[in-house]
Write a protein that binds this ligand. Structure first.
Ligand code: NAD
Ligand code: UDP
Length: 389
């Protein structure tokens, strides 16, 4: 670890050690952020979550080099009077807590809206009232569908970036109708963004909003039936990993035609650390964080994952590699999809000089190596278990 006197920000000023209240620290992004902060900075983390399985390796044993700099507080921000005190003890609050798996948006819309809007309200209020800086995690999904998706299929304008590149300060937020409950998440995230922005404008709160564009890597979500419910539906990386580990065809929702850009979690975490340590450049901004060079259709993602998994596991590719399923069958009533998500990188480049580095192939190779090492044996045991009659 570098000593605090050696660390300087992007403007050459020394970075003072700070205390960070990280809500949702036990999740996918939180676990990588805690790891980065412990390994590379002198900052302290008050890690708040209902679970800590993904950060256990940072909490125990007592002789870890960062011992005393990370403290886990098991709490649910819905109802815990300790929250304001913990925010008050910190220089910065980072809020990652959310229900953020698409399978929940249309099937548990109330929980989704409460989690992403109502439960975040006290966090914003305590930061504003106590003059504390807030980094809030929103989502690229606030953009919804692209303008281009409403053009006729054969319109040449669909090729014009003006109709699909997503810009923080210009693009509109385009959601489906209310019965398409998929958009409950995006809408709740949009409203909390507006509230935070208004706290900045009216009450001078220091804030940064992060819009992640499909960050993926080790420890994302769960493998159904191993470290999560058998019937659970995680995000696409874990769904496809589960299919590959079990030797099943990968399920392409509505033909896998939607497009996504995927960024490696370790690249994205670099961007978050820059925000943490450069408040003068990050405050008042909304940042897209993604990798515009890693765009694929979901079908292409499946095909690449099949190839990469075969390389890292040494196993044959499945006889039937993919199957098509309807979104209604896979997610149920009320599902809808974002057609295409390419982040504009102008603002993050200008403010923080950040650029993603890792290609889709390379990030899949390291992630699927992790998935194979972590889950292959456990899956074999699950498959070998006789089904109870
Ligand atoms: P995650 O589900 O792995 O992590 C969220 C964590 O928050 C979990 O550990 C959960 O236990 C915790 N949490 C939820 N409700 C809580 C509560 N009431 N009290 C205490 N803890 C609670 O998800 P993630 O991928 O790490 O996402 C983190 C944030 O980033 C979320 O706000 C999400 O909407 C946003 N985001 C992530 C991505 C991505 O690519 N991973 C994309 C878009 C947005
Ligand atoms: N998807 C799929 N098969 C799966 C899981 C997801 O085809 O087993 C699709 C899903 O319909 C969406 C894309 O993959 O088009 C990305 O889904 P994810 O759950 O990762 O979240 P999103 O990017 O939609 O927020």
């Amino acid at each position: 670890m570098s000593s605090s006197s050696e660390r300087v920000d992007l403007d050459g000023n020394p970075i003072k050690p700070m205390t960070i209240c990280m809500i949702g620290a036990g999740g996918f992004i939180g676990s990588h952020l805690c790891e980065k902060i412990m390994n590379e900075t002198p900052h302290k983390v008050l890690a708040l979550d209902v679970y800590n399985d993904k950060i256990k390796h940072l909490l125990e044993p007592d002789n870890l080099p960062w011992h005393g700099r990370i403290h886990f507080h098991r709490l649910n921000i819905k109802h815990d009077s300790r929250l304001e005190g913990l925010i008050n003890m910190s220089d910065l609050t980072i809020n990652l807590a959310a229900i953020c798996t698409p399978a929940d948006y249309n099937t548990r819309p109330l929980d989704t809206i409460y989690s992403n809007f109502i439960d975040a309200l006290p966090v914003v209020k305590y930061c504003s009232e106590n003059n504390k800086r807030l980094i809030h995690f929103s989502t690229c999904e606030v953009y919804g569908k692209t303008i281009g998706s409403f053009l006729p299929k054969d319109s040449p304008l669909r090729q014009d970036p003006a109709y699909y590149i997503l810009k923080e300060d210009e693009s509109p937020c385009i959601f489906g109708s209310i019965e398409k409950q998929r958009w409950s998440y995006a809408c709740a995230k949009q409203l909390i963004e507006r509230l935070i922005y208004a706290e900045g404008a009216e009450n001078g709160m220091d804030f940064t909003i992060v819009r992640p564009f499909n960050w993926i890597g080790p420890r994302m979500d769960f493998i159904p039936g191993v470290d999560g419910p058998s019937e659970g539906v995680p995000r696409v990386l874990a769904c496809f990993s589960n299919n590959l580990l079990r030797g099943e065809p990968l399920k392409l929702v509505d033909g896998g035609q939607s497009q996504r850009t995927f960024v490696y979690i370790k690249d994205a975490i670099e961007a978050v650390l820059l925000m943490i340590e450069n408040p003068a450049r990050a405050n008042g901004h909304i940042f897209n964080v993604g990798n515009p060079n890693n765009e694929v259709t979901v079908r292409q993602l499946a095909e690449m994952m099949i190839q990469v998994y075969s390389k890292v596991s040494g196993e044959q590719t499945p006889e039937i590699p993919t199957i098509d399923v309807s979104s209604k069958e896979f997610y149920g009533e009320g599902y809808d999809d974002s057609d295409k998500r390419i982040p504009d990188m102008t603002i993050i480049n200008k403010q923080l000089g950040w650029n993603p580095k890792t290609s889709l192939w390379d990030l899949l190779e390291s992630t699927l190596t992790y998935q194979h090492r972590t889950y292959a044996e456990a899956i074999k045991k699950v498959i070998a278990k006789p089904i109870a009659s």
